[in-house]
Write a protein that binds this ligand. Structure first.
Ligand SMILES: [Zn+2]
Length: 475
């Protein structure tokens, strides 16, 4: 290369370098600007959500109604506070907890609560625990009370870890939202009416895309700031997309909704508000995995932790054996030719496996295990195959039987302590004469009787809310 060429190429090189420098600075500026813009937008969203959330929470909290331990109506009344589980583990209380694990390299979150409470949970955790970058958000499952604040917590490069089925569960829950809304409102009557709910994009359910997924009983392991995290796919509990977090160095199991709001309790392997059938055998298999971990602490996404390895081991074993027992008894009864209704009546937990049933119930679990294996055709009546239910002939039946006779029969059943039979007969009578005062009164008496039994018996929240909703809608 001669000197002129060298000079030229030197000049070209300088120009190229200069161009690269300008482009890089521009790119950096654009990048920086976008990041700043994203942060500003997120900040504004959090501020708006805090205001919307305060109004919504106050309205919900002023709603009447009392529940049993862990009922949603009690949860909404809990103040949002920060509680400490260990030096590096805190959670913000609410309907759903937002759990924060701090490390020297940033924070890890587990669940992000209900959207209307998420801004307050975020602010209190950032103010009192840590405002370091959020490196991972682990979501226990796709229910709205566990993922509401996710968008507000996202930093540049935050990974979202969830079960492989998360997106599919989120999809069908989004698609069926209008249908499920009425059912939810019947069972959670303090929820605001649809028409009172402003359609605020910030509050909309769904749209979360995990960047890392775990499959059933698979573990995703990572270490951050010297702390080991194990995200375990634990199907069979709430939904088909359950994941839990295990911190092996501290022996803390962060359990989401795996056990329900109380520990120990009979699990909700069926949910009355309606959802895809849950799989009892998967639940047992997941529980076996968790029992083998031998946790010292269980930190759930509702209410407070349970502490003590012995107490936890016994509780988990009891839940496991109770579900196994109900499952095996249902199978045995089916093979012995018993109907699903017979089995619902007969199968009871033995005294050594007794558990509270205010969330999940044994008889409903029997029915759902039956349906899980057999689907909807019970082989009991040809009429099951056709879209003409018994109710379609009730009005004619009432006319032939005579309303007075039906009322006498309904009354007899009530006196005999058979309020469900009273309901069957009053449904027939009311099909013939919808305003009949005696039939309406008997129906209400039967409902009151069932409500008293529920309140003095299992105290199942969903049964109580259902019965109350039926009394409220009485004309
Ligand atoms: Zn929940």
């Amino acid at each position: 290369m001669n000197p002129t060429k060298r000079k030229q190429s030197g000049a070209i090189g300088t120009v190229i370098l200069f161009c690269i420098a300008v482009v890089s600075a521009g790119a950096l500026w654009i990048y920086f600007d976008e990041d700043v813009a994203r942060k500003l937008k997120q900040e504004a969203e959090i501020q708006s959500m805090a205001v919307i959330g305060d109004v919504a929470t106050k309205r919900l909290a002023s709603a009447s109604g009392e529940g049993t331990h862990g009922a949603a109506v009690d949860l909404i009344k809990r103040p949002i506070e920060v509680r400490k589980v260990a030096e590096n583990i805190h959670y913000a209380t609410g309907v759903g907890n937002t759990i924060m694990i701090t490390t020297s390299e940033g924070v890890v979150l587990f669940d992000t609560g209900l959207v209307i409470q998420s801004a307050n949970q975020l602010q209190i955790l950032k103010d009192t625990v840590s405002d370091a970058d959020v490196r991972y958000i682990i979501l226990s499952h796709s229910h709205a009370d566990h993922i509401g604040g996710t968008r507000f917590w996202m930093d540049e490069g935050t990974d979202i870890i969830a079960h492989q089925n998360f997106e599919e569960e989120q999809r069908y829950l989004s698609e069926l939202q209008p249908y499920q809304y009425d059912r939810n409102r019947t069972l959670f009557p303090w929820m605001p009416a649809w028409e009172d709910r402003p359609d605020i994009p910030l509050m909309r359910y769904g749209g979360i895309v995990p960047t890392i997924t775990v499959d059933d009983w698979e573990t995703y392991l990572f270490t951050l700031g010297g702390i080991e995290f194990q995200v375990i796919g634990a199907p069979g509990a709430e939904g088909a997309d359950n994941a839990v977090l295990w911190l092996p160095q501290q022996k803390v199991l962060i359990s989401g909704d795996f056990f329900g709001p109380q520990f120990p309790q009979f699990p909700n392997i069926f949910t009355m508000r309606g959802e895809k059938v849950r799989k009892p055998v998967e639940y047992i298999k997941s529980l076996d995995r968790l029992i083998a971990l031998n946790p010292d602490v269980i930190l759930p996404s509702h209410l407070d932790p349970t502490i003590g390895a012995e107490k936890i081991r016994k509780g988990m074993q009891r839940i496991r054996d109770a579900v196994q027992y109900v499952h095996d008894e249902t199978i045995a009864g089916m093979n012995a030719g018993k109907t699903v209704n017979q089995l619902m009546k007969e199968i009871k937990l033995p005294p050594n496996l007794e558990l509270v049933q205010n969330h999940g119930r044994v008889d409903w679990a029997v029915k759902s295990i039956w349906e899980y294996y057999m689907g909807w055709f019970r082989f009991e009546s040809t009429t099951e195959l056709y879209p003409i239910p018994a109710q379609d002939v009730y009005a004619d039946l009432a006319q032939i039987a005579g309303i007075e006779n039906l009322i006498a029969l309904a009354n007899n059943y009530l006196i005999q302590g058979e309020p469900v039979k009273t309901l069957h007969i009053t449904e027939i009578a009311l099909a013939g004469d919808p305003q009949n005062a005696s039939a309406l009164a008997l129906r209400d008496q039967a409902l009151v009787e069932l409500l008293e039994r529920a309140e003095n018996g299992l105290r199942n929240d969903y049964e109580i809310y259902w019965l109350k909703s039926q009394l409220d809608t009485a004309p």
